[in-house]
Design a protein around this ligand. Structure first.
Ligand code: GTP
Ligand code: MG
Length: 503
């Protein structure tokens, strides 16, 4: 090695002083050797940390589920568990019974609230019941909102007072235990009630047009803060209480719930099938069948003493998500078998969205759910905003994010089944989406049109070109969804392996 050039500032800065004594030289060399040793130790630590991080990353795939509220995120997550983690899922299946019971009980209590309201009017001022409650139509001209109602048992006059009888009063009275049951089931799950979001029953759309608010708790929707807490709550005890005692107590409460429901089964069926009740719902334009977690048509099965929740029931159950919930899905089968996927299920309503952003870092893929049947509906949390427009806006934000520019983006145009039903009922897209023009109003053309719009948003707003991966889904159909997830799984794994190589 030659002498450093005289004018190199770095060489000058680290060169030994020209008048260095032998002792000083000795001390300097030993300090330099120590510095080198420390630096090598740090390098080694960094190497080990990087290898560990790489190993952990190579074993853990991170997926974020995004989309507005009720887009189907939690349902998609259930499909992942059903398809790829069947053993773990089998253990979990049972805990959904309480959620499904709660959904059913809330369905019927909502109806009983309305019935109480109507009967109160009937008894206080009989003649005025001839006038139906005021209707606030969100969307123009579609009146066909009772298409899915069960056939009435007798046909009451379509106008004039609803003449409820002692029979209705008796049914209402006999179903009183369901009030307390609802509270018990909520308590068993540890659910809270969402104050900030209108209940779907009060939402306007072409299919479900708003009626007057129901009294009491019907305007609130049950939600959970943590999926682990409600499941373990059902299985075990609470803090500070011997597990065995609490377990026995919970088991006995669960048996009681089954008994109460079984005892009320015939009366629930009778209320739901009653012609006057159906007429009341029709006049109020409540399409209760279209709300998430509708189970009244399944009362015979669900209120039976030996009821076992099926996967089909579970994917139809509704429990709103709050915050960001981490699921550790251990893949038991498929190409990813042996790997663990960290899946993040987020709350989709507006107040929940700021919580998404910290999870953008370091994630392999985003599955974005856009419910395309909602082209004629408004956001529950802001009735000025069209739900499809809201999905477009969210998709644009996610596509434009610099943090996510290397993240694989997968779009599920979900609720395809509901879109199909809605179009068949005669709801016209062009009445709600002006740019749709005179295109045919069938599900293929409409879904392709929406898909194209999402594709253009991605193209226009992504910081760098990326592939548009889209699937038409009805995630309550677990068989069809399993096929879609097969494609999705492979794509995510490949993206994951690429990202691990980059570390
Ligand atoms: N018919 C039909 N119903 C669906 C579909 N996807 C989801 N649902 C139902 O819609 C409701 C809402 O779905 P969730 O998965 O809970 O929605 P989410 O996106 O997790 O909503 P938040 O937790 O509020 O953000 C549930 O009752 C589902 O059963 C679908 O493709 N078709
Ligand atoms: Mg959810």
């Amino acid at each position: 090695m030659g002498a450093p050039p005289d004018d190199d500032p770095l060489a000058l800065a680290i060169a030994p002083p020209p008048d260095e004594s032998p002792e000083q030289r000795e001390a300097r060399l030993s300090a330099e050797a120590e510095a080198r040793r420390i630096s090598e130790v740090i390098d080694e630590q960094l190497r080990i940390e990087k290898a560990t991080h790489r190993k952990r990353r190579s074993q853990t795939v991170k997926v974020l589920l995004l989309g507005q509220s009720e887009s189907g995120k939690s349902t998609t997550l259930k499909n992942f568990q059903i398809t790829y983690s069947p053993n773990a899922w089998a253990e979990e299946r049972d805990s959904w019974r309480t959620v499904i019971q709660l959904n059913l009980v809330r369905n019927i209590n909502n109806i009983l609230d309305m019935l109480a309201e109507e009967m109160a009017v009937t008894t206080t001022s009989k003649p005025t019941t001839a006038t139906p409650p005021p209707l606030i139509a969100d969307v123009s001209d579609d009146d066909d909102d009772t298409a899915e109602s069960p056939p009435p048992t007798a046909t009451p006059a379509s106008s004039g007072p609803l003449r409820f009888t002692d029979h209705h009063a008796l049914l209402k009275l006999r179903l009183t235990p369901l009030r307390e049951l609802q509270r018990d089931l909520e308590e068993a799950l540890g659910v809270s009630l969402a104050e900030d979001v209108e209940h779907p029953l009060q939402r306007s759309s072409a299919a479900a047009v708003r009626g007057p608010p129901s009294p009491g708790r019907t305007s609130q929707e049950a939600f959970i803060r943590s999926h682990t807490s409600w499941k373990s709550r059902l299985r075990a005890g609470t803090e500070g209480t011997p597990d065995g005692v609490v377990k026995r107590h919970r088991a006995s409460r669960a048996r009681e719930a089954v008994e109460i429901l079984a005892g009320c089964r015939d009366d629930i069926r009778a209320v739901w099938a009653d012609a006057l009740v159906q007429e009341m719902l029709r006049r109020r334009r409540f399409v209760i069948e279209s709300i998430p977690g509708f189970f009244l048509n399944d009362v015979d099965r669900i209120a039976a003493r030996d009821y076992e929740p099926s996967d089909n029931d579970i994917v139809r159950a509704r429990l709103r998500t709050l915050g960001v919930q981490e699921y550790n899905v251990k893949f038991e089968i498929g190409p990813a078998a042996g790997t663990e996927w960290l899946m993040y299920d987020v709350g989709g309503s507006r107040t929940q969205r700021p919580a998404w952003f910290p999870y953008f870092d370091d994630c392999d893929a985003i599955i974005f759910l856009a419910p395309i049947s909602c082209f004629d509906e408004r956001l529950a949390e802001d009735r000025k905003v069209n739900r499809l427009e809201d999905s477009y806006m969210l998709w644009r934000l996610v596509c434009a994010s610099k943090l996510l520019q290397n993240t694989q983006m997968i779009l599920f145009l979900n609720k395809y089944d509901l879109l199909d039903q809605k179009l068949r009922r005669g709801v016209r897209v062009r009445d709600h989406v002006r740019s749709y023009g005179d295109r045919p109003n069938d599900v293929e053309t409409v879904s392709k049109y929406f898909s194209q719009h999402f594709k253009e948003i991605m193209k226009r707003h992504s910081p760098q070109p990326r592939q548009f991966r889209v699937h038409m889904t009805s995630v309550i159909d677990t068989k069809a969804t399993a096929v879609t997830l097969g494609i999705v799984e492979e794509g995510i794994l490949q993206a994951h392996l690429r990202s691990v190589e980059l570390i």
